[in-house]
Design a protein. Sequence first.
Length: 293
Amino acid sequence: ALYQPPDITKPCYVRVNTLKLDVDSALHELGKQFKVQKDDMIPHLLVLPPHTDLHNHSLVLNGSIFVQGKASSMVAAVLDPKPGWEVLDACSAPGNKTVHLAALMKGKGKIIACELNKDRAKRLEDTVRLSGAANIEVLHGDFLNIDPKGPFSKVSAILLDPSCSGSGTAAQRLDHLLPSRTTDFVDTERLNKLAAFQKKALAHALSFPAVKRIVYSTCSVNQIENEDVVNSVLPLATSNGFQLATPFPQWQRRGLPVFEGSEHLLRTDPVEDKEGFFIALFVKKGSEKNSEE
Ligand code: SAM
């Protein structure tokens, strides 16, 4: 039989940049032209019909809304930083999640947005400018070289969205689902390299002394970049006082059952949820009650 590609038509999602526009005004403006509604799970996220073309829309051009997928919009929401916190975005460019953090913090407190690649750091600066956030410091450098006991020793939360294979999203998705594709085609060496960096970066994040919450996320569907990375740092996480928490408990799809505790992890499926993402949340024991400080 002929191969039938799965239906991956997805709605168009936009996140309202609440630093510039409130959700009701965005609904009103967009509602003049499109069928639009609020997402049932993520605050400030709106859902429009598939293929809605917004790239020249005035609200996009002036940074009032950002076209951003649902799974991608979950990540900063899971970190849930409070206004006034100091937050480190470890691998930031192009900055969609950075400016989401700024909106959640209502522009109060400080975000350090680290990015290794020079050209991508420029794109990050453009995103920050467009968002209107005044509390983001762009740091062009290697997250692994940031001294946890140095000038950023006071950060309360870290968002770690490192380079990954991208196997859960767009371009590679159909390719990866083709039945003829076998594990022989997977570039094991590349995956191993990515996983080694991801583990190092997550262990580094876990070593910041004042951190209460860490989110680790990828747009990959590979166990080696997801559950295996989390599992490998669990002894360190435990000895540093962290435990896994359950982001969006109402979400059905959890981590692959490959270690005890993987039910805390969140996965989205590249076909059924239209993009494949992975999210893990580490919380410092005892910090849950005073998360408002
Ligand atoms: N969080 C971003 C967003 O939502 O817009 C996407 C981040 S992308 C998946 C990963 C980024 O990490 C890339 O821009 C890459 O250049 C950067 N990166 C890779 N290694 C890094 C390192 N050691 N330190 C800082 N940034 C790094």
